[in-house]
Design a protein around this ligand. Structure first.
Ligand code: DGP
Length: 114
């Protein structure tokens, strides 16, 4: 069996995290190294490595991740706006090979992100 990803270990409660939401498809927890007052990760239970590995069969799941990020943004009171980011691969700055959506907000974010 393939080794669990770091985020699977959080899903399985083997590593502690501040989990703020979960359902049958995804889990949401606070980033360990927050880049904004709100910085959470929306993570599918299915261990898809990167955005590149998302298939047409995962379309409903991908949509659910975005809709969950939007719901959490409202829950976090980000009425002034927020940013949703998916890093993919080495050049995209991805460091954990388990698909995740960053939700950042609570301050004015700069563009481009660098
Ligand atoms: P990325 O660079 O897009 O792969 O983002 C990975 C994020 O995961 C990064 O912002 C830091 C966060 N992270 C890494 N390890 C842990 C951990 O053990 N717990 C939590 N809560 N977040 C983590």
């Amino acid at each position: 069996m393939a080794e669990k990803t770091l985020f699977e270990r959080i899903i399985d409660r083997e590593i502690p995290a501040t989990i703020i939401y979960e359902d049958d498809q995804c889990i949401v927890f606070r980033d360990i190294n927050p880049q904004a007052p709100t910085h959470v990760l929306v993570v599918p239970r299915k261990p898809i490595p990167t955005m590149d590995d998302v298939s047409e069969d995962d379309a409903a799941l991908a949509s659910h991740l975005l809709m969950t990020a939007k719901k959490i943004a409202a829950d976090e009171g980000l009425a002034n706006g927020y940013r949703i980011v998916i890093n993919c691969g080495a050049d995209g700055g991805q460091s954990v090979d388990h698909l995740h959506v960053h939700l950042l907000g609570g301050r004015k974010l700069k563009w481009p992100p660098g």
